[in-house]
Design a protein around this ligand. Sequence first.
Ligand SMILES: CC(C)(COP(=O)(O)OP(=O)(O)OC[C@H]1O[C@@H](n2cnc3c(N)ncnc32)[C@H](O)[C@@H]1OP(=O)(O)O)[C@@H](O)C(=O)NCCC(=O)NCCS
Length: 164
Amino acid sequence: MDLVIRPLNADDAEMYRSIRLEALRAHPEAFGASFDAEAARPVAFFAERLTASAVFAGVHNGTLLGTAGFRAESGPKQAHKGLLWGMYVRPIARGSGLARRLVEAVLDHARERVELIQLRVVADNAVARALYASLGFEPYGIEARSLKIEGRYLDEVLMVKMPP
Ligand SMILES: CC(C)(COP(=O)(O)OP(=O)(O)OC[C@H]1O[C@@H](n2cnc3c(N)ncnc32)[C@H](O)[C@@H]1OP(=O)(O)O)[C@@H](O)C(=O)NCCC(=O)NCCS
């Protein structure tokens, strides 16, 4: 498959909004953000996010097939830390190694900017946990009852890769 990994910019906001809302709607248990809250936001909100964060995408024939985001923490005491967030691959592209390539793109980007990179993943998301572990992320804690979705609590595993 002729697939390119590239960072998105504000001009990609419309199609980024579409894949982001698809991810939040299909997998409410995998993300801290909620579909309803982000669906209410204008395209400008997503354009601003693509400026504030580095979001990498797998692009095939002009279509986004997956994304992974990176953000460095702000503040003099936290700026050495980065966050991997917004990991999503459309069902049609799963199992093809795209998620791995996206995380590798984030790690390449992070290496020059931060000393460590953190993420959080819902404890029962075995596929994502296996992916992160195979790329060198290690668990450093569990946030019990981190998310509450329609009365159901989900624990999150906190993972770190140091250096990225
Ligand atoms: C998690 C997700 C991003 C994986 O995407 P993907 O493109 O299918 O992953 P890849 O093909 O790059 O696979 C990478 C690794 O993931 C794991 N993996 C992928 N599919 C798997 C499966 N069906 N069963 C077990 N492990 C699997 C393996 O460790 C694999 O490593 P390998 O290449 O050595 O086999 C994708 O399933 C997804 O978007 N899920 C819904 C949203 C989500 O859970 N996001 C994560 C939030 S923290």
